[in-house]
Every structure is written in structure tokens, then in C-alpha cells.
Design a protein around this ligand. Structure first.
Ligand code: ATP
Length: 323
């Protein structure tokens, strides 16, 4: 193992830089050349890589986003695109590849692994936490904290004006952020893609819960069955004529920002471990963290199995609504 390439791909997430730093520094420790490629799979197709030094990763552990950039690359979804990427990796004499990204990036990495004999390790970098085989993905903890801080602020207004706020958070296919931010923010209810919510029941809960109270918070994953916070609010409005209903869509503030301590820790551990796995001859594996232990499973299993949040948390929210 003389030269290891690395990319960040898909949506950026806080902690990607800490992960890049760990990959580069571990490579340097073992006298391996780290080779960063800009803008994910797109940069692999375009041939935009460079040999990295310790100076490239100086002072980046605390920075959100990714210094390598990222992209969503349609061309890579076709075999012709991937063949260009493979030709570039070969021309640069790459011996191993680290892909930091979400489930789409892992799907790309899986196909690449079928079409070339350069070993690949995937590291879960996404705020969504929707990857099988790991308790936490890099960026999820920071995103949760960002949402919690935003909801704390909105709650001040909700309570001052006796308002019910429907707050939409990221999660097209997965409700991890909505569910756990509901618990950490003391929200009254939550709507996520993984669980059906009856509108009549929601209205009933709101009426019961709001008696004598100053405002409520309902968390909504963007991919919930009713189409997000705005649509949901319009749906319940006719049933709640005496209530002041508002919505807030938190949007892209959830992605950026300085990574939390936990995200820096798992990003650093996973990044360093990826290099050692490649040195050990492993390939087509993704790294996860379960409890305090680093674990691996095949990238194929990582993309084929679903990760879903613990639905007992919905029952917990219901218990906490008791008056
Ligand atoms: P996030 O969950 O944060 O959005 P992601 O990695 O899931 O991150 P995607 O945009 O879904 O983000 O995927 C990143 C890239 O992976 C895509 O732009 C594409 O280049 C590649 N990719 C996704 N799906 C496939 C596929 N089926 N075949 C080949 N490549 C794919």
C-alpha cells in the first residue's frame, strides 16, 4: 500500500474534515502517500487529485464542510463514467480508496468495487444517520445539536405567543434527526417517514396537550407521509381554528457548522482505521461504530439493509405528553 486516494461525496457533513485529517495523518505515519481528489466521484472522472501533505490538513479539525469539496455526480451512475474514474485511479497508481459519504456514495463505491481491483473502504459521512451497521454517522450528532439549539429559540416565541410550531428538519427517507431532536428539544410530537401518523389523532393530541399550556412544538421530518411541515400545518388547520399555528423549515443550517466533539472523535477513529484496514488487505468494507467499538460490514450489506430509528422513542414522547 503506497498510495491511498480519498474523496468526500454526497451531502457534506460536519466532521468530514476531521476524517480527512485522520486519513492523511495516518497515511503519513505509515509512509503512505495520501492522495485527495476534489468533489467526490466527479473529481475522479475529471482527474482532479493531488498529493496531500500534513499542511493541507492543518487547522481543519474544527471546520464544517469538506476541504476536498463534494458533488452529486450523475455521470458516475453509468458504467462509462465509472470507467473514466477507474482509468484515472490507475493512471495515478492508486493502491486503495477511502470514500467518505452517505448511502448513495456507498452505492457508487459498491459498483466501483465490482468493476476494479483497487481495494475500497467506505466511511459513513452524512447528517441523516441512515446507514446500516453503525450507531452514528459522521455529522449526525452535530446536526442534532444544531436542530436542538434552533428549536430552543423557536420555543421562546411559541411560548410567548401561545403558538403551535411545526418544525421541519432534514430526513427525506429517515426520521433519525426528527425523532431524536424531538426528544432532546422536549417536543410534544413527531412525524417521521417510518411511522404512520393519523391526522385525527394528531389533532386530538394537540388539543389535549395544549390545554392551559403556552405553545407546543411538533417535529416533522421532510420525508414524512404528509409532505413536510407546511403541508401538515395546512392539513390540520381546519380542525384547529382556535389555535395560532406556525411552521419553520430549518433547511441548510442543519448541514454546516463546527463539528461536535463526538463527531470529531468518531471521524478521527474511523479515518485512521480505514487506512489500517487497507494496509491489512481488506476491501469493500464500511466502517461503523457500535457502542465504543469500531466495527465493519460489507459495503453491500451497508446499502442493502435499512437503518431505522428506534420507534420506542415515539412511545416515550407519548408518555411524556401525560398531564
Ligand atoms: P447524503 O445522504 O448526505 O445525501 P449520499 O452519499 O447518499 O449523501 P447521494 O447524492 O445520494 O448522496 O450520492 C452521492 C453520489 O454517489 C451521487 O452523486 C452519485 O455520483 C453516486 N451514486 C449514488 N447512487 C449511485 C448508483 N446507484 N450508482 C452509482 N453511483 C451512485
Amino acid at each position: 500500500m503506497k498510495k491511498i486516494a480519498l474523496i468526500t461525496s454526497g451531502g457534506d457533513s460536519p466532521g468530514m474534515n476531521a476524517c480527512i485529517r485522520a486519513v492523511v495523518k495516518t497515511c503519513l505515519h505509515y509512509k503512505i502517500t495520501p492522495f485527495g481528489i476534489f468533489d467526490g466521484f466527479q473529481g475522479m472522472i475529471d482527474g482532479r487529485g493531488f498529493e496531500m501533505s500534513y499542511l493541507d490538513v492543518d487547522n481543519i479539525i474544527q471546520r464544517g464542510g469538506t476541504i476536498l469539496g463534494t458533488a452529486r455526480c450523475k455521470e458516475f451512475m453509468q458504467v462509462e463514467g465509472r470507467l473514466k474514474a477507474i482509468a484515472y485511479l490507475k493512471s495515478e497508481n492508486i493502491d486503495g480508496l477511502v470514500v467518505i459519504g452517505g448511502d448513495g456514495s456507498f452505492t457508487g463505491a459498491y459498483h466501483l468495487g465490482q468493476e476494479m481491483n483497487i481495494p475500497i473502504i467506505g466511511l459513513p459521512g452524512t447528517i441523516d444517520n441512515d446507514i446500516y451497521g453503525t450507531d452514528h454517522t459522521i455529522g449526525y450528532d452535530t446536526a442534532l445539536n444544531t436542530v436542538m439549539e434552533a428549536v430552543d429559540k423557536i420555543r421562546d416565541t411559541a411560548a410567548s405567543h401561545h403558538r403551535i410550531f411545526f418544525i421541519e428538519v432534514m430526513g427525506r427517507d429517515a426520521g433519525f434527526i426528527a425523532l431524536n431532536s424531538a426528544i432532546s428539544s422536549g417536543a410534544e410530537n413527531v412525524l417521521i417517514p417510518e411511522k404512520h401518523m393519523d391526522i385525527e389523532k394528531l389533532v386530538r393530541d394537540i388539543k389535549i396537550h395544549n390545554k392551559g399550556r403556552r405553545g407546543s412544538i411538533i417535529m416533522v421530518a421532510e420525508g414524512d407521509e404528509w409532505g413536510g411541515a407546511i403541508e401538515l400545518m395546512e392539513k390540520v388547520k381546519p380542525f384547529l381554528p382556535d389555535y395560532d399555528l406556525r411552521y419553520s423549515v430549518l433547511g441548510h443550517i442543519q448541514r454546516g457548522g463546527s463539528p461536535s466533539a463526538w463527531d470529531r472523535i468518531i471521524a478521527t477513529k474511523m479515518g485512521s482505521y480505514a487506512v489500517e484496514l487497507l494496509m491489512n488487505g481488506d476491501t469493500n468494507l464500511m466502517v461503523g461504530i457500535q457502542g465504543d467499538n469500531l466495527v465493519t460490514c460489507s459495503i453491500e450489506q451497508g446499502i442493502k439493509e435499512n437503518a431505522s430509528p428506534n420507534l420506542n422513542s415515539i412511545k416515550l414522547l407519548a408518555k411524556l405528553r401525560t398531564k
